[in-house]
Design a protein around this ligand. Structure first.
Ligand code: DGP
Length: 114
């Protein structure tokens, strides 16, 4: 199976500006930021999308949000606010089929999203 872009980042075959990493999760700056702060939080385990998460992934998904919370504080967007997004499949705007949580902040977000 061809590696996803994010798998290549995890395997250090592609560069990225990494802001967090442990044995289960990596987080790095989005290459095409949609906000002043735009970080992607990615599990190292290949899960294609939200459609593919399983009961056994509950802790991992929860941990992704705890990391989002910590990064929001580190980059000082926790007080003003921020947005966390999982895009799923075509209608959801997903382009990389390796689960990732977007952490966006540093500007006022609009609603509904485009
Ligand atoms: P999504 O559209 O939800 O699948 O988000 C994929 C995001 O990944 C998108 O915001 C752009 C980002 N991205 C794509 N390729 C790369 C890359 O090579 N490096 C980094 N850092 N981000 C990437």
């Amino acid at each position: 199976m061809t590696k996803t872009i994010f798998q290549k980042i995890i395997d250090r075959e592609l560069p990225a500006e990494i802001v967090f990493e442990d044995e289960e999760i990596i987080a790095f700056w989005d290459i095409t930021p949609a906000a002043p702060i735009h970080i992607l939080i990615v599990p190292k385990k290949l899960i294609t999308s939200i459609n593919d998460i399983k009961d056994e992934d509950k802790k991992l998904i929860g941990k992704m949000f705890l990391i989002a919370k910590d990064l929001a504080k580190e980059y000082k967007i926790n007080e003003n606010g921020f947005r966390t997004v999982f895009n799923t499949n075509d209608d959801g705007g997903q382009t990389v089929y390796h689960l990732h949580l977007h952490l966006l902040g540093g500007r006022k977000m609009s609603w509904p999203p485009g």
